[in-house]
Design a protein around this ligand. Structure first.
Ligand code: HH2
Length: 271
């Protein structure tokens, strides 16, 4: 039996992103080569990642998804090489999750929050694995076409509460689940900022909250320049999320986040 998710990793937990896709929005294509992917995974762990979050299907705005066969073809060699490293897999498909869990994945990160594949919850429950449930409005292909909410934070929190209940009803222990408001998934810049500003309302659901702002488009929109490096803006947004009660950050660049967290905890300890 695994410990509760909140006790399993140092807090804040940093998830280092490893995309093995040809079309991810920020690092697609870079890690197609197996050796490069594994070297990047080792680097993420050395720099302080609690988990390497491996994804073989892009969910960037406009993307249409891939078959389980294609996802597994991209993932399988990497899974073998990851043995011995702590990792999660970003997938919505039961078949892919089964392979990932057999290979030792600690957590399944499902951007559909168990709405994509009716068999996924059972696979996770049987394996006794951790689960991340993320909010998304619509689907990646169309989610950024004029997303609308009456109250984005209340609606996202209500969604996550309902999906948590569905996970528990399917046999996944509540203590094994974290929640993610899904920054950039069917949200305008204002929606994303409001979610970060009122994150305490999501934290109030009582589960660890994960945030993924790293390299996302809304940062560039706020910076006013799509070509500008987004690292500092991303780290700052991540620290603000932690101040709002977040438990974990899903990031592409672990080193600058680890440095920022070190400074934050040194100052916090001296207070
Ligand atoms: N963001 C992305 C993918 N998966 N999972 C969670 N829990 N939270 C997120 O914010 C999140 C996520 C998008 O980022 P990336 O993996 O870099 O891109 P792509 O989906 O294009 O591979």
């Amino acid at each position: 039996m695994r410990p509760p998710l909140a006790d399993a990793f140092l807090r804040p937990a940093v998830l280092g992103v490893l995309n093995v896709t040809p079309d991810s929005f920020s690092d697609g294509g870079e890690h197609l080569e197996l050796e490069a992917a594994l070297a990047q995974a080792r680097r993420l762990v050395e720099e302080g990642a609690a988990l390497v979050d491996v994804g073989a299907e892009s969910t960037r705005p406009g993307s249409g998804g891939v078959t389980a066969d294609e996802e597994l073809r991209r993932l399988e060699p990497v899974l073998e090489g990851l043995a011995g490293m702590p990792f999660s897999v970003d997938t919505s498909k039961a078949e892919v999750a089964r392979h990932a869990l057999d290979a030792g994945a600690a957590m399944i990160n499902d951007v559909t929050a168990l709405r994509g594949d009716p068999d996924l919850a059972g696979v996770i429950a049987d394996a006794g694995a951790y689960l991340c449930l993320m909010h998304m409005l619509g689907e990646p292909r169309t989610m950024q076409e004029d997303p609308q909410y009456d109250d984005v934070v209340a609606e996202v929190a209500a969604f996550l509460e309902a999906r948590l209940a569905a996970a528990v009803a399917a046999g996944i222990p509540e203590e094994y689940v974290c929640l993610d408001p899904g920054i950039g998934f069917g949200k305008t810049v204002e929606h994303n900022v409001e979610l970060l500003a009122r994150l305490d309302e999501v934290v109030a659901l009582g589960r660890p909250v994960m945030i993924g702002v790293s390299r996302k488009r809304f940062l560039a929109s706020l910076l006013g320049d799509p070509a500008r490096d987004r690292t500092v803006a991303g780290v700052t947004a991540g620290l603000a999320a932690l101040d709002g009660g977040a438990w974990g950050l899903r990031v592409h660049d672990v080193r600058p986040h680890a440095d920022a967290l070190l400074m934050r905890s040194a100052i916090g300890a001296a207070r």
